[in-house]
Ligand binder design. Structure first.
Ligand SMILES: CC(C)(COP(=O)(O)OP(=O)(O)OC[C@H]1O[C@@H](n2cnc3c(N)ncnc32)[C@H](O)[C@@H]1OP(=O)(O)O)[C@@H](O)C(=O)NCCC(=O)NCCS
Length: 175
């Protein structure tokens, strides 16, 4: 499996090896052609607080953000988008924020979330980041389990963070 990493000038030219697993999905940077599939994934994976189409389009184009997509075989010569992860970087900090990670509901529970998380960490490192931070709903058992299993440490609780008033748990991992 390889992950393409974004530089402001040449988003699609660099490739980094990450891990190699049998029948692993292909992970690459999102392009504008992925927009429809990314919007569909967003609404399939999240019951609330979905990112709007224009926000996803902005993320794909932004030089300070990375959108990674995972593609799996869907028949001969055909691939389907099965997962995505979005990262944001802020000038002047060496911390990257994982603003979203989503796996197609038909593919959860098979390790894809972990693969995307590792790809996100590789992307953050490739941009010189020394830490990755994220927020997760306090009632998101699968997300919390995923992050804690990968060494993320909870360092803050933000009350009333999501649309329905649910609190967010903030996690960080040193890279
Ligand atoms: C969170 C998410 C990315 C995990 O993806 P995944 O492919 O299922 O992840 P993995 O298979 O690598 O691991 C999931 C872990 O959570 C566990 N899990 C699954 N559902 C769970 C639940 N309801 N409660 C507690 N743990 C759960 C799994 O057992 C697994 O842990 P294990 O490997 O120790 O057994 C996926 O469920 C998803 O897209 N959810 C909707 C979007 C979302 O909530 N994103 C995260 C917040 S931004």
């Amino acid at each position: 499996m390889t992950v393409q990493t974004r530089s402001a000038a040449a988003k699609e030219r660099t490739t980094l090896p990450v891990t190699s697993r049998a029948s692993a999905p292909t992970i690459r940077l999102a392009t504008p052609d992925d927009l429809d599939a990314l919007v569909a994934l967003e609404y399939a994976a999240f019951a609330s607080d979905q990112a709007e189409r224009r926000a996803i389009r902005h993320a794909i184009r932004s030089g300070s953000m990375t959108v990674l997509v995972a593609l799996a075989e869907d028949g001969p010569g055909s691939e389907i988008l099965v997962a995505a992860a979005t990262l944001e970087r802020r000038r002047g900090t060496r911390s990257s924020r994982l603003s979203s990670i989503a796996v197609s509901p038909t593919r959860t529970g098979s390790g894809l979330g972990g693969i995307m998380l590792e790809a996100a960490e590789t992307d953050a490192r490739s941009h010189g980041c020394t830490a990755l931070r994220l927020e997760v709903r306090a009632d998101n058992g699968a997300g919390i389990r995923l992050y804690e299993r990968h060494g993320y440490v909870r360092f803050a609780v933000i009350p009333d963070y999501y649309e329905d008033g649910m609190e967010a748990w903030r996690y960080e991992k040193a890279l």
